[in-house]
Design a protein around this ligand. Structure first.
Ligand code: FAD
Ligand code: NAD
Length: 452
């Protein structure tokens, strides 16, 4: 058995781990990263990228299929889809990005070891590689092992019961699909399969889809789900699957495939952290503002540290920890982490929601009053600003509408730079764009709206 020594060892090459490795390498820190899977983690291999590829393909198919019945005077024949080809195209994108991440790590002189790492003590891990056991001793260790889909005991994954991973690699569009869980994954993937022609039913335990948002944000999505023929059963809990039917407390629902998307749990078991006795936050690893765990020299980043489980949060944490290990004095000082739900229409949230700020000035501008939205045939949704009453500082921005994901950067920048309603109202926004709704929402809060 051989032993390697390094300044920084990263366990897990997802968005948190690989970004940490690249930055550390760039800063001259001797770095080793361990993962048995292709670099990119959940996000690149079975999450963000594959789901957005499937959503794009489904949008294209649905647009062509519905063009003939629209008002634009377009006529086309009924389209068909070979899902196996679509999935092969998606796999090609994933492979290109895997290679890209490998290349970037190599350029930063990061050593990549393929295998699963397990702690022997706080400074040493063992990795089972194809060449035998490899020990690694490190001055600093980053746990970036991510998360896995939550399994329901009465709906174990296998055969027709799918997690998001299997749903994103189906070779045929199922005739019917029941989605258990009306959250991010259930609605993004469920909507895509409905657009591809499956009869989709969503079973959600609470009284609202996307229960983490206020109902004003989820309402346009609910309306669209209905237009797409998706049956949403709220206040309904699944209890089993028998003879092609999902059993629920409200009755049985026929289903060729069942997608279970009821959340994700941190991946801590495979890495052997029990022996380290780290302080935990429920099942997640507890961290401070520098992503340090309760043991000196051990850091944790990304999904394994809890909500929000988003790739860009993991990346920002990874970058910060690399800087800290390189000797720079940093701690988490971000004002907001934007979140995008890639439903139809999309939802963006950034900063506080109206009910989270006492006495908030809340202003909304509907896309129904926006020229650009009219020219794209989709006027549903709005942009909303939440401002602090004493100084008009913008504390939260939300939007729901087609394509609003691309406004998330503008929203985050405004909050990060400490913009006020006056700053946004005084900024020229190009015409005709959906972003004009942002300026108008600010003007409206100041009692100066022009287009409503
Ligand atoms: P992960 O990406 O989970 O990576 C962890 C890595 O650690 C894995 O490669 C794993 O193999 C490795 N590992 C685990 N144990 C060990 C071990 N013992 N030794 C060595 N390696 C180990 N987020 C967004 O921001 N936007 C989206 O659009 C989005 N869409 C999503 C869609 C789906 C279907 C899913 C499932 C998730 C989506 N997410 C999205 C969430 C996003 O994927 C995660 O937040 C992100 O991947 C977390 O990054 P991470 O680095 O913490 O962990
Ligand atoms: P989620 O927390 O978004 O949604 C889970 C839903 O399942 C909730 O609405 C919950 O009420 C419901 N639920 C729980 N138990 C149930 C039961 N027994 N029966 C019926 N409904 C039940 O979780 P998810 O959709 O699995 O996504 C996991 C995480 O992945 C998210 O929190 C998010 O951070 C990340 N993600 C992000 C994106 C994105 O950024 N666009 C996309 C996908 C996933």
């Amino acid at each position: 058995m051989s032993e390697l020594k390094c300044k920084l060892l990263i366990i897990g090459a997802g968005p948190g781990g690989y970004v940490c490795a690249i930055r550390a390498g760039q800063l001259g820190v001797e770095t080793i990263i361990v993962d048995s899977q292709a670099p990119g983690g959940t996000c690149l291999n079975v999450g963000c990228i594959p789901s957005k590829a499937l959503i794009h393909a489904a949008d294209q198919f649905h647009e062509i299929a519905s063009a003939a019945s629209g008002p634009l005077g377009i006529s086309v024949g009924a389209p068909s889809i070979d899902l196996a080809t679509t999935i092969a195209w998606k796999d090609g994108i994933v492979k290109r990005l895997n290679d890209g991440v490998s290349g970037l790590m190599k350029k930063a002189k990061v050593k990549h070891i393929s295998g699963d790492a397990r702690f022997l003590d706080g400074k040493t891990v063992t990795v089972q590689t194809s060449d035998g056991e490899q020990r690694i001793r490190a001055e600093n260790v980053v746990i970036a092992t991510g998360s896995s889909p939550t399994e329901l005991p009465f709906l174990p994954f296998g055969d027709d019961i799918l997690s998001s991973t299997e749903a994103l690699s189906l070779q045929e569009v199922p005739k019917s699909m029941v989605v258990v869980g009306g959250g991010y994954i259930g609605l993004e993937i469920g909507t895509a399969f409905a657009k591809l022609g499956a009869k989709v039913t969503v079973v959600e335990a609470t009284g609202q889809i996307l229960p983490q948002y206020d109902s004003a944000l989820s309402k346009p999505v609910s309306k669209r789900l209905q237009q797409l023929g998706i049956d949403v059963q709220l206040n309904t809990k699944a209890s089993g699957f028998h003879k092609g039917k999902l059993q629920t407390d409200q009755g049985d629902i026929p289903a060729d495939k069942v997608l279970v998307a009821v959340g994700r749990r941190p991946r801590t078991d495979s890495v052997g952290i029990d022996e380290l006795m780290l302080s935990m936050d429920d099942a997640f690893i507890q961290i401070n503002k520098s992503c340090q765990t309760s043991m000196r020299g051990i850091y944790a980043i990304g999904d394994v540290t809890g909500e929000p489980m988003l790739a860009h949060r993991a990346m920002a944490q990874g970058e910060m920890v690399a800087e800290i290990v390189a000797g720079h004095d940093l701690s988490w000082d971000k004002r907001c982490i934007p979140a995008v739900c890639f439903t139809d229409p999309e939802i963006v949230t950034c900063g506080v929601l109206p009910h989270e700020l006492k006495g908030a000035k809340v202003s909304e501008f509907p896309f129904a009053a926006n020229g650009r939205a009219m020219t794209t045939e989709r006027e549903d949704g709005f942009i909303r600003i939440v401002a602090r009453p004493e100084d008009d500082a913008v504390m939260g921005i939300q939007a729901v509408g087609v394509g609003v994901s691309e406004l998330s950067a503008t929203f985050a920048l405004a909050i990060e730079m400490g913009a006020t309603l006056q700053d946004i109202g005084a900024t020229i926004h190009a015409h005709p764009t959906q972003s004009e709704g942002f300026q108008e929402a600010a003007l409206r809060a100041l009692g100066k709206a022009l287009h409503i």
